[in-house]
Ligand binder design. Structure first.
Ligand SMILES: NC(=O)c1ccc[n+]([C@@H]2O[C@H](COP(=O)([O-])OP(=O)(O)OC[C@H]3O[C@@H](n4cnc5c(N)ncnc54)[C@H](OP(=O)(O)O)[C@@H]3O)[C@@H](O)[C@H]2O)c1
Length: 342
């Protein structure tokens, strides 16, 4: 089968398009999916560069997001049928010991990082990770909303518990997590404050309903938020940027505020003044991926149109390298999708 792989960690030159890989076979409780569309995430760049403590077995198939059609059922799978179009939860507990596949459970892993990835013609996953979606749902849109939708859902709904009336600051609106968070916050009825270094991206975010758009390259976001809120600050911050934004995130966060982080695109080390933490009674939270229960909620939101993540670029599998280049450039607004099959 065809697939995009790496044999070793390094730069984009490590990516290799192959046509000679064997089709995987589903074991008991698993299904094989014929991939229609896959999508790239920042995670794919981290895996390419090498993640401490995570080892790959060459030829390693990359990619965490996919939508496709069920192609073969493993023993004992009765709730899926050949040809069903499915969205796939990209994370699960390897030994099946947690039916809800909580990301905090021991043995939790992610496609493309711990399990062979999605940028391939065929993929084997546990049947419990599959949700049947209408055949009319565009597989590119479904793949684009999967990992970032799940991540943002847990951040916004489960961790920050955003409600109508919350002011939510979302950093880096070109990124997939940020755009998924924007869509989820809008569907809840929160007031959204978004940032970007690009006025063009901000204009596109405004067209998607972002309420306040701030260019973080032109203004001090912390000060600007306080100025516009008469020093009150926002009630929630969604930060996936890390080092570069942490200080301004806290400067923007009001009393009793909740900050949720899932990433450190700009760097991992941050500094917090503990006096401001206790005086303002902040809640600083980490979040990673989501459970099966949360994934079902994400799929429902994708199917009924509440959760759409814009697509920046679609390329065929044999041009996956071009997709990675686009992601690495930081110029994208939304997701890079890899079309695997027609
Ligand atoms: N823990 C989890 O479960 C999980 C899941 C998904 C992602 N993540 C992590 O979350 C992060 C976001 O991932 P992603 O795929 O959505 O997007 P991404 O490609 O990593 O993020 C791109 C956005 O980050 C913004 N950004 C980058 N450097 C910045 C800086 N110095 N200051 C302000 N903004 C900056 C950019 O904003 P502009 O271009 O708009 O200026 C860009 O749009 C990544 O680190 C990823 O590894 C974690």
């Amino acid at each position: 089968m065809r697939a995009l792989t790496i044999d070793a960690h390094g730069g984009l030159d490590q990516l290799r398009y192959r046509t000679d890989l064997p089709r995987p076979t589903p074991g008991p409780g698993e299904v094989r999916v014929r991939v229609r569309a896959a999508a790239l995430n920042r995670l794919d760049l981290w895996v390419l560069g090498g993640i401490p403590g995570v080892s790959i077995r060459p030829p390693w198939i990359v990619g965490a997001d996919a939508c496709g059609a069920v192609d073969q059922l493993g023993k004992g799978v009765t709730d899926l049928a050949d040809g069903d179009q499915v969205m796939i939860n990209p994370g699960w507990v390897a030994d099946g010991s947690d039916p809800d596949d909580e990301p905090t459970a021991m043995g939790y892993g992610i496609l493309g990082e711990h399990y062979p990835g999605t940028l391939a013609e065929y993929l084997v996953v546990p049947a419990r990770c599959c949700r049947v979606v209408p055949a009319s749902l565009d597989p590119a849109a479904a793949a684009a909303a999967t990992l970032v939708g799940l991540t943002a859902w847990r951040m916004v709904v489960s961790r920050a518990r955003v409600e109508p009336g919350d002011d939510v600051l979302i950093w880096g609106i070109g990124g997939g997590v940020a755009l998924a968070a924007l869509a989820i916050c809008k569907s809840i009825g929160a007031c959204t404050w978004v940032t970007s270094s690009s006025d063009d991206k901000l204009a596109r975010a405004a067209a998607l309903g972002a309420d306040v758009c701030l260019n973080h390259a032109a203004v001090d976001v912390g000060k600007e938020v306080r100025r516009r809120t008469a020093k009150r600050g926002v009630s929630v911050v969604i930060d996936s940027v890390g080092t570069a934004t942490w200080g301004a995130s806290l400067a923007a966060l009001g009393r009793n505020g909740r900050l949720v982080t899932c990433g450190g695109t700009s760097g991992a080390m941050v500094e917090t003044d503990v006096r401001r933490l206790f005086w303002n009674q902040w809640t600083l939270m980490g979040s990673t991926m989501g459970s099966q229960r949360e994934f079902s909620a994400v799929v429902a939101a994708v199917v009924d149109g509440r959760l759409r993540v814009p697509i920046d670029l679609v390329v065929p599998l044999d041009a996956g390298h071009t997709g990675y280049e686009r992601l690495a450039s930081g110029a994208q607004f939304g997701k890079v999708v890899i079309r695997v099959a027609e």
